[in-house]
Design a binder for this molecule. Structure first.
Ligand code: GDP
Length: 458
């Protein structure tokens, strides 16, 4: 493969930058720009995983000094020979080092091209390559854990197992069709066995598809609206969760007139929080608009955090909110706030209608752990184990859905007494969809589509 080069660190000033060169001639090319200061025989003789300090020189001009790290095929990220030059982090210096590599014969790498080469050289499956970009984009502990599990092949292994099961079943059916007497004697037992095996394949595919939504919550987080009557403590809770003073906290009712947004990590989950205006009869136009916005937020939020002031008896506004949420069919987390004061039983009874209430003190942070657990439980991520493998994007889900449709058709063919080859054909088609999922049978267009999401240098 030809030599490609790119800056692999972010395009900003920093302590150091790294320029990556990959290709069979990467080390010969590195020799044209990098000159080790202390005698190593030559870069071409450097073993893999070794580094040298030296100067970066082009056309007799000293551009910088830095470190060269050598990786030898196949033990590198791309599976090819790789040279990584780490220089000082100035934007101009970094660009000059890259230009020197290009002048010396490398081609500028396209977005994701290093990872694409890793895929082509068999270092990664397509789902593992997709996990690399998810890892780069991860914004919460949960999304990092999910992307790492996928990067380590969790989905790849799960689809491999499924493919083995489907392949075995399809092969047996085909063998039976070709040699009915030799393969099996008892038709009925054979059919029952195939039905059981195909049914198991359908169930496994179903489980995979169902896990998509939980994985999505871990990867992308969820939108949550904090609602409640004025002075219930919504802004104080928002500030506690975000660790900043984004929302204005006062004891004057109606101070949060607009929707204030913040992205926060609650345990493993990324919450896109919106602190909304208090629900009450608006005293002016601005507050009215704020309340309208809150209502539309409740509509779009996946989770509604309903805050009640536990130190006061339930008011008409509390009852209105509860009625509104009970009607809306939303996932609601009722929160009784101000646990540092004497709590009022009556509010509990109202909050309980919405779900199991969590008792907190937004002011002093009491109950934060219970709140975090309740969020994880309601978002469905509490019992979700990413290391079992899950579908991480729409492309993968689409392949799994198509595989499931074919597996269902195979199962129905066996149940309806159709010829065995109908089931065999459908199982082969299901297998092909899973091969596409994992990249084994993915066309150029699909692979290019995956790598378009990447940045240059990865
Ligand atoms: P919002 O209108 O629902 O956003 O309510 P705020 O967050 O502005 O709080 C209203 C008042 O209640 C402020 O004076 C807060 O200091 C107070 N407050 C909020 N949370 C607590 C709490 O947990 N305990 C106590 N004692 N006071 C709180």
């Amino acid at each position: 493969m030809d030599c490609i080069a790119a800056i692999s660190t972010p395009p900003a000033r920093g302590g150091v930058s790294m320029i990556r060169i990959s290709g069979s001639d990467a080390l010969t090319l590195a020799e044209k720009v990098f000159f080790p200061k202390y005698p190593v025989k030559s870069i071409k003789d450097m073993p893999g995983y070794s580094a040298a300090y030296g100067e970066i020189i082009k056309n007799g001009r000293r551009l910088d000094d830095g470190i060269l790290t050598v990786f030898r095929a196949p033990h590198s990220y791309t599976g090819e020979n790789v040279a990584e030059i780490t220089c000082h982090g100035g934007i101009l210096v970094t660009r000059r080092v890259l230009s020197a590599c290009i002048e010396s014969g490398a081609r500028p790498a396209a977005a994701g091209e290093f990872t694409k080469r890793a895929l082509l050289s068999g270092k990664l499956s397509l789902t593992e390559a997709e996990a690399v970009i998810d890892l780069i984009n991860a914004e919460s502990d949960g999304s990092i854990a999910a992307a790492k599990a996928q990067r380590d092949g969790a989905l790849h292994k799960r689809t491999e197992r499924l493919c083995d099961d489907i392949r075995c079943a399809a092969e047996e059916i085909t063998a039976w069709i070709d040699y009915p007497d030799e393969a099996m004697d008892e038709d009925e037992i054979t059919n029952a066995d195939w039905k059981a095996r195909t049914g198991k394949i359908c169930r496994e595919l179903d489980g995979l598809i169902k896990g998509f939504e939980d994985g999505k919550v871990l990867r992308e987080g969820i939108s949550a609206a904090i609602v409640g009557k004025p002075n219930a403590g919504k802004s104080t809770l928002m500030n506690l969760l975000s660790g900043s003073d984004t929302s204005i906290v006062t004891d004057i009712e109606g101070t949060t007139r607009d929707v204030i947004e913040e992205t926060v990590n609650i345990g493993d989950v990324l919450l896109r929080l919106a602190d909304c205006a208090g629900l009450r009869t608006a005293s002016d136009k601005a507050e009215e608009i704020g309340i309208e916005k809150m209502l539309s937020r409740i509509d779009t939020a996946r989770l509604v955090i309903a805050v009640f002031d536990g130190s006061r008896p339930a008011s008409d506004e509390d009852r209105r909110l509860a009625a509104l949420l009970l009607d809306g069919g939303k996932t609601v987390l009722p929160v009784i706030n101000k646990s540092d004061l004497t709590l009022c039983e009556e509010v509990f009874d109202l909050a309980k209608k919405l779900g199991e209430p969590v008792i907190i003190s937004a002011k002093n942070g009491g109950g934060l752990e219970e709140f975090t657990n309740a969020v994880a439980m309601l978002c469905g991520v509490k019992n979700f184990d990413p290391s079992e493998g899950f579908l991480a994007n729409e492309r993968q889900r689409d392949c799994a859905l198509r595989a499931k449709a074919h597996a269902d058709a195979a199962y129905n063919a066996l149940c309806n007494g159709m010829t065995a080859d109908a089931a065999g054909v459908e199982l082969e088609a299901a297998l092909s969809c899973l091969y596409e999922l994992d990249g084994r049978e993915a066309g150029e267009e699909i692979i290019d589509g995956v790598f378009r999401r990447f940045c240059v240098g990865k």
